[in-house]
Write a protein that binds this ligand. Structure first.
Ligand SMILES: Cc1cc2nc3c(=O)[nH]c(=O)nc-3n(C[C@H](O)[C@H](O)[C@H](O)COP(=O)(O)OP(=O)(O)OC[C@H]3O[C@@H](n4cnc5c(N)ncnc54)[C@H](O)[C@@H]3O)c2cc1C
Length: 535
């Protein structure tokens, strides 16, 4: 088995922005919306263009609030802050942030031995045990009775279990890949402050409509306060409202509701424990799943459910029962979600970012990654002066592909569930609305054939690395011929779990307690060995 590096991440400090002439055809950019999408986009564009005489103005309605949820990230968020030169020691305390090693999925599968598993953020250190995991899963897929649950193979799972911070101490050469949990409102405020410090202009005003020019591009937007803002490029970060991309430009929308049934959520905070976990827990409930996200000062909890299968009141009661809050008067927030994507994220002179461009339910906390990726890649196109129709088509094709890849990974959690307690879960496992890509992946897996080459070439299973597919399928206990296992051959049984446990345990002991690490966030490491590897 070979180990491939799909993505390398190194911690080089951000280079200072370079002054120069403005990019071709772009002098003014107007962003509508001051949620996380608006401010992340403002900072990414400001870094590339504000020193090149491009004005960036962000308009935010004083009457429409931000969504105010969205408190978990993927590891890619590190790259966002690093590229802006913002240290963890600055932003994390300001946002009550904690480290995240991955996600525990509890109660999704009823298969004995597989009722819970951990989807880790894998890193270089996992190269010590990744081969063993892959070897055992492949043998198990081929019918050998071997231990193939992911949890004992990954350092991140052990760190989460022992509540250790995924931050290597000075002198230990292996950083581990991690994401974050944070207070969404505080993060928005932090990013707002940073963007304004870096030259982004802010205007509190309610946009009422856009005026199009003779070609159909957006010429300006008008506000209730009587102002008009003209620009070369507009960025629609207006959330589910889709003010420009949808209402002004009538860009068609592709709904994912046939694949993913959840369309609503209810959220409630609870007090944080004495020690602070470094994982998100996602527990399957009757009509969806509940998240539990640790911050330094509270847990964020919520229930993502399908309104076709239960009412908002039933969902709130079930969440309260799950949290032991039936008698509590802590107020719950109810939210609607629109699941799907715009057909064109970049349409004419308008880019949609965040909930305005699309949303896949938050099971794997991927929304901020889409924001970061959309704004970063868009900045590269502007930088190259590549704003043509062909450029837009390439950009949109890549974004759509990514959305659909992530959707397929999320769908797999539902499709492979074995719960039979409610119509919701039965409908999910019976759902035949699967992409061709996903059908191919399942077919290979269930026939004992390797999915590795096809996933590596991104022919199937797009958006997630091979190990994530293995962790999901093996973690849910999805194996062909599960009732008819044979004894493994000597070659198949070549790895001893005790040795793997020992290796992981010895590695994990190098990592410090999570809570005390949060009290004193260590400086960014600059050692050249700090890289993350995805198998
Ligand atoms: C239940 C739930 C859980 C989630 N969990 C996660 C998670 O764990 N991880 C993750 O990455 N993402 C998560 N998300 C998604 C995440 O919350 C969003 O992607 C992120 O907050 C970005 O939102 P936004 O900025 O696009 O929209 P919003 O926060 O809705 O902001 C919209 C902005 O547009 C402005 N606006 C609207 N209309 C006008 C107007 N007419 N004029 C001027 N301004 C206007 C508003 O004032 C506001 O500032 C979750 C979402 C939901 C619903």
């Amino acid at each position: 088995m070979t180990t491939a590096t799909l993505f390398n991440y190194s911690y080089s400090p951000a280079s200072p922005p370079v002054a120069g002439p403005p990019p071709s055809g772009v002098r003014r950019i107007v962003i509508i919306g001051g949620g996380t999408a608006g401010w992340m986009t403002a900072l990414i564009l400001a870094r590339s263009f504000i020193h090149r005489s491009v004005s960036i103005t962000l308009l935010e309605s004083p009457v429409v609030g931000t969504i105010g949820v969205g408190e978990g990230s993927t590891p890619w968020l590190r790259g966002f802050f690093d590229s802006l030169g913002i240290e963890e020691s600055e932003w994390m305390p300001a946002c009550s942030a904690t480290y995240k090693s991955g996600i525990t999925f509890a109660g999704w599968s009823t298969r004995p031995g597989f009722t819970s598993y951990f989807h880790p953020f894998a890193s270089m250190l996992d190269n010590l045990t990744m081969s063993q995991f892959v070897h055992n899963v492949e043998a198990r897929v081929q019918g050998a009775e071997l231990y193939a649950h992911p949890d004992r193979f990954f350092i991140a799972a052990r760190l989460a279990h022992e509540r250790r911070a995924p931050k290597a101490p000075e002198g230990f050469p292996f950083d581990v890949w991690h994401g974050y949990h944070f207070d969404a409102v505080l993060l928005g405020q932090f990013l707002h402050r940073k963007a304004v410090e870096r030259g982004v202009r802010y205007q509190s005003c309610h946009v009422t409509h856009a005026t199009l020019d003779a070609q159909g591009d957006i010429a300006s937007v008008a506000t209730r306060e009587g102002e008009s803002y003209a620009a070369d490029l507009f960025v629609d970060c207006s959330g589910f409202a889709g003010l420009l991309i949808e209402k002004a430009l009538h860009t068609p929308w592709v709904s994912f509701t046939e694949n993913l049934f959840n369309d609503a959520a209810v959220a409630l905070p609870t007090p944080i424990d004495e020690s602070i976990p470094c994982e998100t827990v996602s527990t399957a409930l009757k009509h969806g799943w509940a998240w539990k996200i640790p911050l330094t000062n509270r847990y964020g909890n919520g229930y993502v459910y399908s309104s076709s299968f239960c009412t908002a009141d039933e969902a709130e009661t079930e969440l309260r029962r799950h949290l032991g809050l039936l008698e509590s008067d802590v107020e719950a927030r109810h939210l609607k979600m629109r699941i799907g994507r715009a057909t064109r994220h970049w349409n004419r002179n308008c880019l949609a970012v965040g909930l305005a461009q699309g949303f896949i339910e938050p099971l794997e906390a991927t929304a901020l990654l889409f924001i970061q990726q959309t704004a970063t890649v868009f900045a590269e196109f502007i930088d190259r002066g590549d704003l043509s129709e062909a450029a837009r088509a390439r950009f949109n094709a890549a974004m759509n592909d990514h959305f659909e890849g992530v959707r397929d990974y999320i769908v797999t959690h539902y499709k492979t569930n074995t719960r039979t307690d409610t119509e919701y879960w039965r409908a999910n496992s019976a759902n035949l609305n699967l992409s061709d890509n996903l059908k191919k992946l399942y077919s290979l897996w269930m026939n004992g054939k390797s999915i590795v080459p096809a996933v590596r070439q991104q022919l199937i299973g797009r958006g997630y690395p091979v190990f994530s597919w293995y962790a999901l399928m093996a973690g849910m206990g999805v194996f062909p011929d599960a009732r008819d296992l044979r004894a493994p051959t000597a070659e198949e049984a070549r790895y001893r779990m005790e040795e793997i446990d020992d290796l992981i345990g010895r590695s994990a002991r190098n990592y410090p307690d999570h809570k005390s690490t949060l009290a004193r966030i260590p400086p960014r490491r600059r050692a050249p060995a700090l890289q993350a590897y995805f198998w």
